[in-house]
Design a protein around this ligand. Structure first.
Ligand SMILES: [Zn+2]
Length: 225
């Protein structure tokens, strides 16, 4: 019975995990997200990372003008005000920065050192949840995470090319997701050209808040199939 096993570890499940986390969505609109069964450990382990990632993304200057997201931006700002310790974690090591809007105006802001390991933990679970939702089985391999929104303009050419190649898989119009302003994704299966065609990898093209793109790459090893 698949509903009885945890999407992450395959052990007996006792609770449910929302994908994306419930706190990303407006209240009363749960129809826009889905759940996967989870054990206690893999439900609880995530909640701090969920909150960190939510606050990190939604207090980013990129979303400053997004009225459609004010419900979550306001909440994140209140969370920072309530807890100085949390604020220090999210706004670690501030440096002056300039934010440039597409219209050409710019405003001074600050950039912060980002806790990459928490982002990676978050997207690792995210990938496993999405995979389980789609394929109805637990992903036993590793997950590679490409954080497109953190690619620096001065990145190596090879990284830029890889970045552009992955971004080509995004197709918002044909994506999954009932509230694309918050979350949508494309599930791409890449096959080997030569027969017998076997699955080379899955690419889960995830976009959060219609802004932050992250490719989650799941490549089956010889022992997985
Ligand atoms: Zn588990």
């Amino acid at each position: 019975m698949r509903d009885e096993i945890c999407y992450y570890c395959g052990e007996k499940s006792s609770t449910k995990e929302h994908i994306p986390p419930e706190c990303f969505f407006p209240k009363g609109r749960k129809v826009e997200l889905f759940t996967v069964p989870a054990c206690e450990k893999h439900n609880n382990a995530k909640s701090k990372d969920d909150e960190y990632v939510k606050v990190l993304l939604t207090t980013s200057a990129d979303l400053m003008l997004r009225k459609d997201l004010s419900y979550v931006i306001d909440k994140s700002e209140r969370a920072l005000e309530r807890s100085p310790a949390f604020k220090a974690t999210v706004l670690d090591d501030p440096e002056p920065a300039l934010v440039i809007f597409p219209c050409g105006t710019s405003i001074p802001s600050t950039s912060h050192k980002i806790d990459i390991s928490r982002l990676l933990n978050f997207f690792n679970s995210f990938a496993r949840g999405l995979f389980y939702h789609h394929e109805e089985k637990v992903w036993k391999g590793s997950v590679e995470v490409a954080l497109h929104f953190l690619l620096r303009p001065d990145a190596e050419e090879e990284d830029q090319l890889m970045n552009d190649e992955l971004l080509e898989h995004y197709d918002r119009a044909n994506s999954h997701g009932l509230n694309k302003n918050v979350f949508y994704y494309n599930f791409v299966t890449v096959f080997d050209d030569a027969p017998p065609s076997k699955i080379l990898m899955y690419i889960l093209c995830v976009c959060l808040f219609d802004k932050f793109k992250v490719s989650l790459i799941l490549a089956p090893g010889p022992d997985l199939y």
